[in-house]
Design a protein around this ligand. Sequence first.
Ligand SMILES: [Zn+2]
Length: 65
Amino acid sequence: MSEAFPDSSQMQQWHQGIEMADRNNIFCHCRICSYEWVDSMTDAVCSQCGSKDVEHISCWQFPDD
Ligand SMILES: [Zn+2]
């Protein structure tokens, strides 16, 4: 009679957790000096050379190559 549906509120919490993690774990790579760090914003400036030519990659979204 009663089927086990997944708890939708738990699912939502899980989704929000992913979004939070994404927000606070943006992998940054400076194209000028190759410095790499993790930041919480996508407009971060390289702290080593001050360049804004920075590549931003969400930690769970690394490209294959
Ligand atoms: Zn740099």
